[in-house]
Design a protein around this ligand. Structure first.
Ligand code: HEC
Ligand code: HEC
Ligand code: HEC
Ligand code: HEC
Ligand code: HEC
Ligand code: HEC
Ligand code: HEC
Length: 259
């Protein structure tokens, strides 16, 4: 499966080379929402080249990074991609990297919201990964400095799942009876950021499973799913309650995904 970025209107406003012109203004308003560039008081932009002297690793990898494509080349400064997330760097460079002179690794999730405004909403939903309280950060799943920002994108789906499995070992398997849905990736059933649905599911109840499993009805009104009569079963609502398919990720006991 190809992972395609779905960019919102808000993000698109920042697409293309206009980005940096707008950013340099420091702050603008789209609709009723203020977008604020990470602000380091008293600092000016210096360009990526100035960072290379001390952060060769990040600068070298950056050419392949999703966000490098956006960088606007200022005739004097060159590209200013690093500073889009870390804030203007002149004081930091001048002080040889003194603490508090740049938007730190800890604070930087906040700067992602400057452009990915809608993500703040996603992470504020009732069921979401704990980014807003600082327990997790965007970089647990995204690589800001090199390659695709979506880890595993473009590669085998397994490597996209690896991002999730490093924390969620229970879902890793292998299982005696695998659920082939897992080959489509965790995001076939879960939203990675947040959801109104419990367990960050993309759909509620039987609707989740019926996205892939066809439900057919015969002349007598019998409802079949997976070739079996599901008339009374579907009345339970979810397909993964005890006694049905509670081992949704895979089972070591039953082909029908039970414990
Ligand atoms: C003269 C050397 C030097 C230059 C030039 C430099 N830095 Fe740093 N930077 C440092 C040092 C030293 C640290 C502290 C490293 C540490 O704590 O391990 C640091 C830390 C950082 C951190 C982590 C801060 C934290 O608290 O998490 C970021 C982000 C950073 N630099 C970004 C940049 C950017 C962006 C540029 C270019 C605009 C840049 N640096 C230029 C020396 C430099
Ligand atoms: C898309 C936003 C983004 C851009 C662009 C970006 N960074 Fe970062 N940077 C981050 C995030 C997020 C972290 C925290 C990483 C983590 O928690 O592991 C970070 C961390 C750092 C650190 C601390 C050490 C580390 O790797 O964790 C340094 C130094 C740094 N960045 C330098 C740079 C330089 C130099 C550039 C430009 C070549 C740059 N960054 C571009 C988001 C960005
Ligand atoms: C200056 C604005 C800006 C900032 C700051 C920014 N982004 Fe982005 N980001 C964009 C734009 C524009 C795109 C679309 C790029 C494209 O189409 O290739 C994008 C794309 C992405 C994508 C999808 C990449 C892909 O390969 O499809 C991810 C994931 C992402 N950003 C995460 C982050 C994270 C995490 C941070 C903070 C560490 C961040 N962004 C900070 C503007 C920004
Ligand atoms: C738990 C892992 C995880 C965390 C934490 C996370 N993301 Fe993502 N993000 C993903 C995955 C997986 C995708 C790919 C989703 C897809 O292709 O449907 C993605 C896609 C994106 C995209 C591109 C597609 C879209 O939905 O617009 C952007 C932008 C993005 N994330 C921004 C962020 C920002 C900003 C943060 C931090 C505030 C963040 N993400 C934190 C896993 C995560
Ligand atoms: C850095 C570790 C980490 C990564 C990476 C991670 N998660 Fe999580 N995830 C957590 C933590 C911690 C919680 C529990 C949050 C809580 O208690 O509210 C959680 C909660 C969840 C839940 C909800 C569980 C519940 O009980 O409501 C789901 C579903 C989930 N993650 C799926 C994913 C998927 C899919 C990915 C990959 C896109 C992923 N996670 C990546 C740490 C991680
Ligand atoms: C076929 C759909 C589907 C796929 C694919 C899927 N999940 Fe789930 N996941 C579910 C359902 C349904 C639940 C709720 C189970 C429950 O409430 O008992 C769930 C629950 C979870 C939970 C919460 C566990 C708990 O005990 O509360 C985590 C964490 C999780 N999934 C992670 C993942 C990860 C990581 C992947 C990819 C490796 C993944 N899921 C793939 C459907 C799926
Ligand atoms: C992303 C698509 C997808 C989703 C969503 C999905 N499945 Fe599956 N499921 C599959 C595929 C593919 C197979 C293997 C082919 C088959 O047997 O139809 C499978 C097989 C199964 C089997 C084994 C059938 C057998 O007898 O071998 C059960 C049981 C099952 N799924 C239950 C569920 C439940 C319950 C849900 C909802 C939580 C669900 N599936 C959601 C794709 C999916």
């Amino acid at each position: 499966m190809k992972l395609t970025p779905r960019l919102s209107k808000n993000t698109l406003i920042f697409g293309g080379s206009a980005v940096w012109g707008l950013l340099l203004l420091g702050c603008m308003v789209v609709g009723r929402t203020a977008l604020v560039v990470p602000h380091v008081p008293g600092a000016a932009f210096v360009g990526d080249k100035a960072c290379a002297e001390c952060h060769a690793e990040q600068v070298a990898g950056f050419a392949s990074a999703s966000h490098a494509k956006l960088a606007f080349a200022d005739p004097k400064l060159g590209t200013t991609g690093c500073e889009a997330c870390h804030g203007a760097g002149s004081l930091h460079v001048k002080d040889g990297g003194m603490k508090g002179t740049i938007v730190s690794a800890k604070q930087v999730s906040e700067s992602c919201f400057a452009c990915h405004l809608e993500k703040r909403g996603e992470f504020s939903l009732a069921n979401s990964h704990q980014v807003m309280n600082g327990k997790m950060s965007c970089s647990d799943c995204h690589d800001p400095h090199s390659g695709s920002a979506i880890k595993g994108a473009g590669a085998a789906i397994e490597s996209a799942n690896d991002t999730c499995i490093k924390c969620h070992t229970a879902q890793k398997g292998p299982f005696v009876f695998a659920h082939n849905a897992m080959k489509e990736g965790c995001i076939a059933c879960h939203t990675p950021h947040g959801s109104v649905n419990a367990k960050m599911l993309v759909a509620r109840d039987a609707n989740l499973c019926l996205r892939c499993h066809v439900q057919t009805t015969d002349r007598n009104g019998t409802i079949f799913v997976g070739g079996a009569d599901h008339r009374t079963r579907l009345q339970s609502g979810t397909c993964w309650i005890a006694g049905c398919h509670e081992a949704v990720h895979g089972s070591n006991a039953s082909k029908s995904l039970r414990y």
